[in-house]
Design a protein around this ligand. Sequence first.
Ligand code: SF4
Ligand code: SF4
Length: 482
Amino acid sequence: MIATETRKYRLGEFHRFEGGGRQFLYLVPAGAIFEVDEGASAVIDELSGGEAWHEDLMARLGERGFAGRDGEELVGEMLLSHAIMTGETAAAPVEGAPANFPLQSLVMNLTNQCNLSCTYCYEFGEDKVATPEGKPKFMDIETAKASVDFLLKESQDRKSIHITFFGGETLMNFPLLKEVVAYASDRAAADGRFIDFSLTTNATLLTPAIIQFLSDNSIGVTVSMDGPPEMHDKLRVFANGRGSYDIIAPRVKALIPGHRTRPITARVTLTAGNTDVVRTYRHLKDELGFAEIGFAPVTTSPDRLYAINEKGMDGVLEQFHVLADEYLAYALRGELHGFSNVSDTIAELYQGVNKSHPCGAALGLLGVGPSGDIAPCHRFVDSDTHSLGNIATGVDRDKQNDFLTRGHIGAKYDCHSCFARPLCAGGCHHEAFVRYGDTGHPNLHYCDWIRDWTDTCLRIFGTISAQNPEFLEQFAERKGLS
Ligand code: SF4
Ligand code: SF4
């Protein structure tokens, strides 16, 4: 321990932002938010020009009205929060992947078949990683039951677990979905645990009976939909090239009021020429009635025709800002806006998320395909290269460790000086593989975008916490899709 008098102070690693007329620091090594009052501001000002010895800093703080004990307490508090550092201050370490991390969510790809042929599909399109040749097209009940048993065992003593049904088109194997819900509910109840279900669908196969079942069993539904007909039908097409909007719209209009137990969300894939975020939002929220809408740029190699270039991404960001401003106005009135890209980030900020990995893939979440092959998440299902074992034989721990070690933020040197890393942690492993051929590569093609968006959400968070802090309490439990 160095004597206080011989300590030399410097600024810690933080991103400063303003919200609601107040100043905040986003303390990067901890992923925490710290409000800057007059005293903290004085310390930051004094250290902005460079390091300062203890005596010198105390003298300068004294001149600013924080003499003696006030100055000592102020500096002590800022050291504790890591807003300032000394040579002996250790940066808060980001936890590595625990060796025995219990599973929380299983994504079951009930089929690898789909009745649409969306041009950009990561499963069937030009950038696909799946190698389904020779494997079953539909999961059978034995594999499904073994998958549920696997989840119950691998989740150890977690009280609350989750199954997401996925495809292909999930509802092409609806009979199995029903059986899994019944089996998993019984098994979880017998174990004294709570199990929750959700699914993603293209909505083409929804019927009144299916809607009733989803509602009766409180199954969360996300519909993949890209906007009004002229936008949706560009790439979300049947095999003959016909757009799917006219088939989907009436089914969605029945689903939203018919599903009485969970709000329905839409997930939009943005592509070149399909980047009108505001128009898409208005249609899906105001005209169709979705509760929440989340947007994601297509995952693809940069040379695909539908890949969004840098200029296109700038346009997307501008439109995100329009909806973000609206979101903030709603929040200050105590109302929840449906733009889930903000809600998801606000939830992570509220929960103080500081990620070792970008998402739960291969950690608290695994995917399982029709063959029973285990994958890091639904996007890697049926890929021999990325298989992490099989339901029948269990997880190949060496492969899982290799995936997690390469995907850990500690291995992503480009990210080590980035303020957005507690939330981004290098971005989606699947996108990294498609772009760079390595699931552990940071997604450096969108860093400026991510940093701008993180700053926007921090400012929204700061404004809400200054002007309507109760609004934030609802984010204590919220979880993103992945
Ligand atoms: S990928 Fe880019 S934005 Fe994300 S943490 Fe790394 S450097 Fe930051
Ligand atoms: S962020 Fe990417 S790697 Fe992670 S779960 Fe989602 S699709 Fe899979």
